[in-house]
Ligand binder design. Sequence first.
Ligand code: FNR
Length: 182
Amino acid sequence: MNETKNIGVIVGSLRKDSINRKVAHGLIAMAPASLRLEIVEIGDLPLYNQDFDDGSPASYVAFRQKISSMDGVLFVTPEHNRSMPAAMKNAVDIGSRPYSKSVWNAKPGAVISASPSLQGGFGANHHLRQSLMCLNVYCMANPETYLSQADKLFDPAGELTDIGQGLLKKFIDAYAEWMTGW
Ligand code: FNR
């Protein structure tokens, strides 16, 4: 019997009508049975401060424990000024510390970006990958998925269009396949 892998999903947008959150929910809904996806919230994490490495806030501790418990990590990110949003970077930094205690180490992961623009969050996607490389997150290389004009992947009721479903299905199936190696 195949083992189900628990995957932490980190969404880089904090706004309630976030396209990226809808993308995350789409991925959760269409993930194959081999994956159990769960959003790990980052909106309440105070800005990272190295002074907190000794005696971290409870929210840091809970976040680190949650990520530690996961078999893999999936990052769903918007682009802010050609990079990842501050909330996403903050979560990455909090998980990476205290030094030598990073909870990201050796996790198999993947990055997907979504934007209403034509570039699909390419800059954010690759800035995030750069940080994940240094943290030893094994990032799935392909399919590279930069969802451009991502607002149009949902109908007025907020449901994924056929094109949107196809793009997300291709991505999550590839990630499920990637996860079989870990
Ligand atoms: C943006 N947006 C944006 N889009 C983009 O494709 N490249 C960019 O560099 C930026 N920069 C940027 C900066 C800031 C501060 C904001 C608030 C927005 C637009 C962004 O893609 C759009 O607001 C998305 O809807 C954000 O994703 P969510 O919140 O819908 O998931």
